[in-house]
Design a binder for this molecule. Sequence first.
Ligand SMILES: NC(=O)C1=CN([C@@H]2O[C@H](COP(=O)(O)OP(=O)(O)OC[C@H]3O[C@@H](n4cnc5c(N)ncnc54)[C@H](OP(=O)(O)O)[C@@H]3O)[C@@H](O)[C@H]2O)C=CC1
Ligand SMILES: CC(C)(CO)C(=O)C(=O)O
Length: 298
Amino acid sequence: MTALSLPHWILAGAGNIGTLAASHLIDAGHGVTVLHERLNRRDKTLTFADGRPPRQLQLPCRPAASIAQPIRYLAVVCKTPYTASAIEHLPLAADATVLRLQNGMGSLDGLLPNRSTCIEAVTTSAVKGSDPVHDVVAENQTWMGGPDTPPGWYAGLAAHWPGLAWSDAIRDRQWQKLVANAAINPLTAIHDVANGRLLEVRDLRERMTAIVAEADALLQRLDPLWPGDSLANVEAIARATAGNTSSMRADVQRGAATEIDAINGWLLDQARHLGLAMPANARVVAELKRRADPQAVY
Ligand SMILES: NC(=O)C1=CN([C@@H]2O[C@H](COP(=O)(O)OP(=O)(O)OC[C@H]3O[C@@H](n4cnc5c(N)ncnc54)[C@H](OP(=O)(O)O)[C@@H]3O)[C@@H](O)[C@H]2O)C=CC1
Ligand SMILES: CC(C)(CO)C(=O)C(=O)O
């Protein structure tokens, strides 16, 4: 593939992970324009805990309404509650390629043209901070997948994106991350504790175990080949990130919308269709929403 035919991405979400993704796309020769209603340009700094020197980026921006040409490449890297408002009025080409790099499931359901191709990305990297400085705490593995074969530009991108791999089982990667997020994120947010406390406090550990067991039972109903033994992996993640503030706890602390609907909410939607009860998951959704809005009735 020649440089001239490399994608130019419209990026919905130049925050922590979106800015890191933009830097790798640009290094691989892709174009990146950020969706922004007011700014013409976003000046960003990425810092790296692994010793790489800081990286300055100047990302051009455009408001959605100014884009007249059909968008052929869209990268969705905003938090899930903002997905619909970010992309619903965009002129997406009928055969657009959409790269979704978000936690949770289902945020693009019903929003994409039928003939579009969705590439799902799952990352175990961690980026913190806030505009304009984004701190890459750890750049670990990132998997992309969805289509049967990687697109022509993928190999060139992988050469510039540390830890990027193509996965023929991206849904399993998503589900593994989903179960961990379903157990760790709401409990740490509701109780305002670091991830490791879920292993130390008996009641929290029991609730984490129950959430994981329900999620595994549901996922096994959706796919009988799902191994259904996620607890060890979830505990390992809680241990490896023991001192960390989960993303949902951070969202609650700063009064921002959480991704609960795309995580436990997605699980509960699937369960409802199957007539399955998931009381431990329903409980954290209700408690989390009550914490965010104490007046609301759920
Ligand atoms: N950060 C991390 O380490 C990881 C994050 N993820 C997932 O990646 C996704 C993104 O997370 P993260 O980068 O941390 O989030 P951030 O909050 O850092 O960034 C989100 C970005 O989306 C932008 N945005 C919000 N609404 C819109 C909109 N309507 N149109 C265009 N842009 C919009 C925000 O703009 P503005 O700057 O103007 O507010 C912000 O730049 C989430 O699903 C998260 O769970 C997954 C693994 C790790
Ligand atoms: C793995 C975990 C729970 C790490 O904190 C995470 O992905 C998050 O906080 O969203």
